[in-house]
Ligand binder design. Structure first.
Ligand code: PYC
Length: 317
């Protein structure tokens, strides 16, 4: 292999409740200085091919979430991070933060305790427990609009809450769907139509931001749990984990409805049966969710970007 044609990228893969995270620890683009907001803008404008190379086929898959490790601006932070997927960038990612913390511990860069991380939507902190579990203290979350009805072609009227948990969610209780793993193809189509209908009707999050996650809720598989979900992410893949930002949005919505008290535990099961445990805390009348879950490292790899390869930068949609 002619070395000058080849770029090497060091990654650590993990999964959090079945949902993969690929942390780029070396060989990523130089995004310069500044906040994570400024750096994600440069990533998007000048290095979007790199995003695709890391997470898209043939190296990755539609479900892979990437995490570019960055030097933090704030010296109190252990890392800065930019999350991305098959079609773009995520403001925040709960399962990905759990994967990032377990990866940093795997590398020997952190031990048990609390660690601050910079993201494009603000500073968050995470606690690595002695047990190996990770609690993520998420950004402020809130229900933006209650009981919004949209007419979905081929489905009919669907009503849900719009809530922020680090990403924008449409949360649906009444949908008539059985939430089970063999039905994921159907559930994907069902929720994709809702996402399209929201965009077509101009229904957005605050400030016109697109709602790019749809979350259905149903009964859990065990009485010990509170709920099971199906979450459609941008790029039309479904979250194998219970979705950290989605669980945050859900808890903020439950709190707003008077159905969840501060400190009360909420156990959210995913479509594959993995569980996040969460609660909300109130500070200055604002809701701050915490979610707890587990991740496992499953690969340490070097990605080879060979410029002679016609699919070197991934198959982009
Ligand atoms: O856990 O927040 C999350 C998440 C967002 C998209 C995929 N996972």
């Amino acid at each position: 292999m002619m070395t000058e044609m080849v770029r090497r990228v060091e990654v650590i893969d993990s999964h959090t409740g079945g949902e993969p995270t690929r942390v780029v620890i070396g060989g990523g683009p130089d995004l310069g200085a500044g906040s994570m907001v400024e750096r994600v803008a440069r990533f998007r404008e000048f290095h979007d091919e790199f995003r695709s190379a890391v997470v898209n086929e043939p190296r990755g898959s539609d479900v892979m979430v990437g995490a570019l490790l960055c030097d933090p601006v704030d010296p109190e932070c252990v890392a800065g991070v930019i999350f991305f997927n098959n079609v773009g960038y995520l403001g925040m990612c709960g399962h990905g933060t759990i994967g990032l913390i377990v990866t940093l511990a795997h590398l020997g860069r952190i031990g048990p305790g609390e660690h601050y991380v910079e993201t494009p939507v603000g500073r968050i902190s995470a606690r690595l427990h002695e047990s190996g579990e990770v609690s993520v203290f998420n950004v402020q979350s809130y229900r933006y609009r209650e009981k919004v009805t949209v007419d979905v072609p081929g489905i009919g009227a669907i009503t849900g809450d719009i809530a922020w948990g680090g990403n924008w969610f449409f949360l649906i209780e009444e949908h008539g769907q059985e939430l089970s793993l063999p039905r994921v193809d159907h559930l994907t189509e069902f929720t994709a139509r809702i996402m399209e209908a929201l965009a077509a009707a101009g229904v957005t999050g605050e400030g016109g931001q697109p709602i790019d996650h749809i979350e259905l809720f149903g009964p859990p598989s065990h009485p010990y749990l509170d709920s099971r979900n199906f979450v459609l992410c941008p790029g039309k893949s479904y979250d194998r984990s219970p979705c950290g930002t989605g669980t945050s949005a859900k808890m903020a919505s439950l709190f707003a409805a008077g159905k969840l008290q501060p400190g009360q535990i909420w156990r959210q099961e995913s479509i594959v049966g993995s569980v996040f445990e969460g609660y909300v805390a109130l500070r200055d009348d604002r809701v701050y969710p915490t979610i707890k879950g587990t991740a496992y490292v499953n690969a340490e790899s070097t990605l080879i970007l060979d410029e002679r390869d016609p699919f070197c930068m991934g198959i982009r949609r």
